[in-house]
Each structure stands twice: as C-alpha cells, then as structure tokens.
Design a protein around this ligand. Sequence first.
Ligand SMILES: [Fe+2]
Length: 384
Amino acid sequence: MKTKLICCVMLLLCTMAASAQKLSFNHGPYLQNMGSDEVTIYFTTSTEAYSWVEVIGDKWTKPQRFATVFAGQYDAYTKENRVRVTGLRPGVQYRYRLISKEIKEYRPYKVTYGDSIASSWEHFTTLNPKQKSFSFLLTNDGHDKPQKVKNLLGKFPINNVDMVFYLGDMISYYDKEEAPYYGYIDPSVEMFAKNKPFISIRGNHEMRGKLTRNYMNLIGCPNNRFYNIAYFGNTVIVMLDTGEDKPDTQPVYAGMNCYDGYRMEQLEWLRKEAATKRFKAAKNKIVLMHIPPLVADDPNIPEEHAATELEKHFKPLFNEIGIDIAISGHTHRYILIEKGERDNNFPILTNDNKSIMRVNSDSKGIHVKIVNEKDEVLLDRVFN
Ligand SMILES: [Fe+2]
C-alpha cells in the first residue's frame, strides 16, 4: 500500500514537472542545404509544438511563412524541425525568425494550443552561382570537444567565407540524442550557423552507437545520401562517405556493416558524375573524404582496411578524372603527399585533429592555409 502511494506521488510529480516545462527553442537555428534559391532551417523545441519560419527580404515586403508539409499535413506535434525555404534569389540577403506554438494536448477531435514563442530575427545570404571564388573553413576529428571547435573556428574570420565543412569524427559515437549537438552543432550555432551554413561529412565515428541511423535527421543530406557533389562557381566539391575503418567482418561491428559494397557504389556514382559536362568544365575539383586514399600506417592492421580500399580503387579514379586535391582527416596527423609521390596525380592532404584550414578556390587555384590551436601555420600554399 505504502509502495503504491509513493508511486502515485512520484507519478504526480513527474506529470507536474512535464507540464511545467516551458516551450523554448533548444537547438539551432542552423542553416543546411544552402543553395542559390533555397535553404533549410533546422531547430528543435523543448516540447511538442507546431512550428514554422517567417522570411522577409528582397522583394518580399511582408514576412512569408514557410512550414514543412507532407501529404496534406503540416509537420506538427514534434520537437525536431527542418523547414525548407524556397523561391529565393541568388546572392540576396534575407532575414528570418522561428515561430512555435506549443501543443498542450492533441486529441483526435480537439487540439489545445499553449504558449507561442518567436526567436529573434537572423539573416542569411543565398549563394550566387556566378561567384568567381568559393571559400570555406574545414576542421575534423573534434571528438566531443565543443570548446576546441569554437577555438579553431575563431582562427579565421567566418564572415569572409561561404561556409564551414566538418570532415568527420566531430563526435566519438552517437548513443545519446545530445551528442551531435554537444559535440559541434551547438558551438556552430553559437559561432556562425544561424547565418552561414555548414556541411557535415561523416567520419567512421559518426557511424558508431545505437542512434547512428538517425544522423540524417540532424544534417542536410541532398538526395537522402551522405555522399554528394556540389558546384560553387567554378569549383566542384565531391563529398565521399568513406565508411568504417576496419573490415565489415570485425566483431565490434556485430555483422551490421557493409561498407565495402557501399564504397564501390560511390566509386561507380563518381565515375558517372565525372563524365558530365559540368564536372569537366569545373576549374577546381576538390574531394573531401574523412579517411584518406592513403595507407598511412602498417597495411596489415585492421584499422587500415578502408584506407587500403580507398587507395586501391579511388586513387586511380581520381587520377583519371583530374582531381586537383583530396582533403581528409582521420589520422590525427598532418600529412601532405605531393603529386606523384605515390602514383597520385593530385596532392593528398590530411588535416590533424588540432587544426583548421581555410580554403579559397578561384581562377588562380586552390589556396589552403592551415592554422593549429597554438596559432602555428602548418601550410600556406596555392595548389594549381
Ligand atoms: Fe576517423
């Protein structure tokens, strides 16, 4: 009887605590899938809500409302929001804010709304396909260290670049919902991501943990793929999803991985992409891939399996299609393999886990500057 009473009191307290939770914006907003005519705005709320985005700017004198709609229903009674804003013009600045209406109760025939909240106005500028240069910051292997991410992002003025790339292993594993937010999304929001987009490329560590299959809900993945290609002015960026480092048969993967076939799927996809006129016409061709196409250690250790596969299959393809540079992380070491050192017609650059690079791609070539946590310049050079 006494146990029953304690349970009832506990239940009551839990219910009161839940109902007392005020509606607020928890994470974001952060910009994904930035294009010349669209962007997707990601954010979360503390409780279930019905949310949308208001956008103003350019020729819109009144705020335009954008919400996610699927099969005749607006996205609602959710905490996670991804709102695609379309119909934008290239190279134009817009302002936006988030609106959320709490859903206190959602009965089949009666919905009860609670408080409404609005964020402050933020801004973004769409990309311009005619831009003469493309610039970005890139860091990798943050491994759940938000302060390190913020320190590195502070090494270059973010206002002067088009976006930020994260080249994998920004978290060590994904077994708590908060992990990607804690590791790098929240620091990005704090530093730039309300106003400039980032693109997140998976490392092998983002593929670990029981929530790994939810990762696509948190980052923009055009065509519902983790590997992609994007054109910015006269630059093409190839983004590969290099999989786990060790063989699929490794006991720790419990028989649930099949990355060997997945890498070959990307090889064939890239072969087709590279045959297009647009790819051939691009002045600078940059490949971003977490694991480098380079066996950097003992080839006999399981950790070098993916690198061996990538060097064997992708390096010849990169030679064939005229890649200008391949940039990676993963090794936690700064490595620069010059063109021709290992049957490679392009430099292979591996960033360590304590540095950030600024890349500027224009008609003169690809300028890469790497600075580490101690402000030491590891590389400052134009590849052309
Ligand atoms: Fe890695």
